[in-house]
Design a protein around this ligand. Structure first.
Ligand SMILES: [Zn+2]
Length: 370
């Protein structure tokens, strides 16, 4: 089984989150790695929502290769290519999940299989192929909560789409729902009520002036804050008794989410109730880290290209897994195309899949001493 064919096979196994559970896909890759000598365990955060952990021990903390099995839905626009066909045309492999990130999963599995006969003199190798990433890292969070599921690791590759460019940081996300409450009254007698929309409007204006004190990161830039939505009131002739705003904050690792949330609460005052909808920290590995150098060398050997380490705008399972492993060096590196995630007619370059296998094998050889 080669990585390109495995990508086609995985694209044909629909894992649209949440309607097509990941279990068949998890069992398939689990079986392949079991045959290659890995100890395999399955973990479900809900029926059929299966993550798979595959491990080969070595003397030191393992290299972790991680990715997600689920995909986003197709969207409203019809596809020109069969979305679950895995067809190849002009060197491009089409289908939902081809870039994000079944090509990355397939390349990781193939790399692990190619090391079947290698002896790991320095460290072990673990693959974490998780369910439920697209709806907020549910599979990874479940593994992190399950005693013993993750084991230990000393460095990690996340196979999300980067076009095989090493990405050493991404922002975090803190999505807050802010709710204000009031007292309803007839619209002709507003003095009898307490207007929740006006309280929410004051909160929005306070947030519009929000300044972060964190020093911008050289790759990630500074944190940002956007008010994404605002709902309040039921009809024009009543005093609204409730309003809700959605706040989308993208952070850098220097921003501690708990402290930020406390500061926002203090600014908005006790009349505004804050609830976190998503709370995932950013990650950032130093350009000078030895693992980053090893990854860059492996990538340039595999692709003939050398890139300065980059940063990504999306968040990944690393937000959960990197802290769960004690803040290990983490690089996002995968064959998919970053710009094609979640798009109609999503595809992946076939040549990049083979390059990713070669890079992963080289990274593992260097880390595991194989
Ligand atoms: Zn993804």
């Amino acid at each position: 089984m080669k990585a390109v064919e495995l990508t086609q096979e995985l694209v044909r196994m629909q894992t649209v989150n949440p309607v097509n559970p990941e279990r068949p896909c998890a069992e398939r890759v689990g079986k392949l790695l079991q045959e290659a000598g890995f100890a395999v365990s399955l973990h479900e955060f809900a029926p059929g929502r299966t993550s798979v952990v595959e491990r080969r021990e070595g003397p030191g903390p393992a290299l972790c290769l991680a990715g997600h099995l689920d995909t986003v839905p197709l969207g409203a626009v019809p596809w020109k290519q069969e979305p679950f066909g895995g067809e190849i045309s002009s060197g491009l492999l089409y289908g939902r999940g081809s870039s994000d990130m079944k090509s990355g999963i397939a390349a990781m599995v193939q790399a692990a299989i190619e090391l079947e006969d290698a002896i790991f003199k320095k460290a072990g190798l673990v693959l974490l192929l998780v369910a439920g990433e697209e709806t907020g890292c549910e599979g990874a969070s479940h593994l992190a909560r399950t005693p013993g599921a993750l084991g230990t690791a000393g460095a990690m590759i996340i196979g999300e789409p980067t076009g095989n460019v090493p990405v050493i940081g991404h922002k975090g996300a803190l999505w807050l729902r802010a709710r204000t409450r009031g007292v309803t009254a007839h619209g002709s007698m507003p003095q009898m009520g307490d207007n929740a929309v006006i309280k929410a409007a004051r909160a929005v204006l306070a947030l519009a002036d929000w300044r972060f004190d964190a020093k911008p990161d050289s790759l990630l830039g500074g944190p940002t804050l956007n008010i994404g939505n605002f709902h309040g009131g039921l009809n024009i002739n009543s005093v609204p008794d409730e309003a809700v705003i959605g706040i989308d904050i993208r952070t850098i690792p220097a921003v501690r989410h708990a402290e930020l949330r406390k500061a926002i609460q203090e600014r908005l005052g006790p009349d505004v109730e804050l609830t976190a909808l998503v709370d995932l920290p950013g990650i950032r590995t130093s350009e000078d880290d030895a693992f980053v150098h090893a990854v860059s060398d492996a990538v340039s050997a595999a692709t003939g290209e050398r890139h300065a380490p980059a940063a990504a705008t999306y968040f990944t399972d690393a937000s959960v897994l990197t802290p769960a492993y004690g803040g290990i060096p983490t690089v996002v590196l995968g064959p998919g195309e970053m710009a094609l995630c979640h798009q109609t007619d999503e595809h992946c370059r076939v040549g990049r899949i083979e390059q990713a296998v070669a890079a992963y094998v080289e990274i593992a050889r260097s880390w595991c001493g194989a």
